[in-house]
Design a protein around this ligand. Structure first.
Ligand code: ASP
Length: 331
């Protein structure tokens, strides 16, 4: 995970620099996306792949599009990228060699949709949105989620690509079918956005923890854990060990802390502190855990915090698209 991140970091910084450079070149008025309500759009997403994802979301936001459409378009970028091995197409499989995907989406009216342990569909976020808009339910998992996706016209395809299969076979030799939290490669794209109308939405999608037990769900398909949006207050999304995020209903907690008056930064810090305290109480080793939160409030202020160093996130607003290293607890 770390090597890949360091490698990508360099590339992403380069593309962020290009994005900033080209942005500066535009005339002033073109950069003013404030609406009649005076809101300026902004989008945040987790990890290096957030830069490219934000760019796709920004295309929607800068044209006064809806935050919901922006976050769906944004997270589809890493989902569809076969070289991104922790999200969507090309993701790492579970311990049985099956690529199972988790995703959820939430809009400004508290409409929600989610899929868990979904196989064979390249864009789980689009299926989550279909669950939200076209089913009477909010969450579908496994075979039922696949059945629903096919009924909606999604195409069944192989998601296990050569590189991931090779890695899995290698893993089988040493890990004896026991997923060990911190040696697995896993990341999530979580994206939260505020549009020119002042509305918030979010999306979250992942292939989860590599080599996990079949059927394992992390936080990413769980509204309130991996993602939460309250259009009066703010939005939050998470990455890292889903088990720990679920334990504290992480993103709902972050939004509730913002409701109590905390800044997005302080809200993320307090949510991380809860995980830290519970980990210690449970006599588990904090060094084995990584969790990062990003949060955005209704005013467009944002923040992030994580347990250990190495987590970064991308922010795109009228002043450009850039990567930020999140502050962290274990120094
Ligand atoms: N949160 C994801 C999960 O637990 C993985 C990650 O973001 O690293 O499935």
């Amino acid at each position: 995970m770390t090597n890949r991140r360091n490698f990508l970091k360099t590339a992403a910084f380069a593309s962020a620099a290009v994005a900033l450079h080209s942005f500066k070149g535009k005339p002033e008025e073109e950069n003013d996306f404030s609406s009649k309500k005076g809101m300026k759009p902004i989008v945040l997403s987790t990890w290096n792949f957030g830069i490219q994802a934000n760019a796709a979301a920004w295309e929607v936001l800068k044209n006064n599009g809806r935050a919901l459409d922006a976050v769906e378009a944004g997270v589809k970028i890493p989902e569809g990228d076969p070289t991104e091995r922790s999200v969507g197409y090309g993701g790492r499989p579970d311990r049985d060699g099956r690529v199972t995907l988790d995703a959820c989406i939430m809009d400004e009216n508290a409409n929600i949709g989610s899929v868990g342990c979904l196989e064979f569909i390249k864009h789980p976020i689009a299926v989550a949105r279909a669950v939200m808009e076209k089913s009477p339910h909010v969450m579908l998992v496994g075979d039922g989620a696949l059945q629903f996706a096919l009924s909606q016209g999604f195409v069944k395809e192989n998601l296990l690509l050569e590189e991931s299969e090779k890695e899995w076979k290698e893993w089988l030799k040493t890990s004896q079918y026991k997923p060990i939290a911190n040696i697995e490669n896993h990341d999530t794209i979580g994206m939260i956005a505020l549009d020119a109308d002042g509305n918030l939405s979010g999306a979250c999608t992942t292939s989860g923890m590599a080599f996990k037990m079949h059927g394992r769900l992390g936080d990413s398909p769980i509204i309130g854990a991996g993602l939460y949006v309250d259009n009066e207050i703010g939005a939050a999304t998470a990455t890292g060990h889903g088990e720990e995020v679920i334990r504290i209903s992480g993103c709902h907690l972050v939004v509730e802390l913002m409701r109590q008056g905390k800044s997005p930064q302080k809200a993320c810090e307090e949510a991380v502190a809860r995980i830290v305290n519970l980990t210690r109480k449970r006599n588990k080793n904090l060094k084995d855990i990584q969790v990062g939160f990003i949060a955005l409030n209704k005013k467009g202020e944002y923040g992030s915090y994580c347990i250990q160093g190495g987590f970064n996130y991308a922010v795109n607003d009228a002043s450009g698209n850039r990567l930020i290293d999140a502050d962290y607890f274990l120094k």
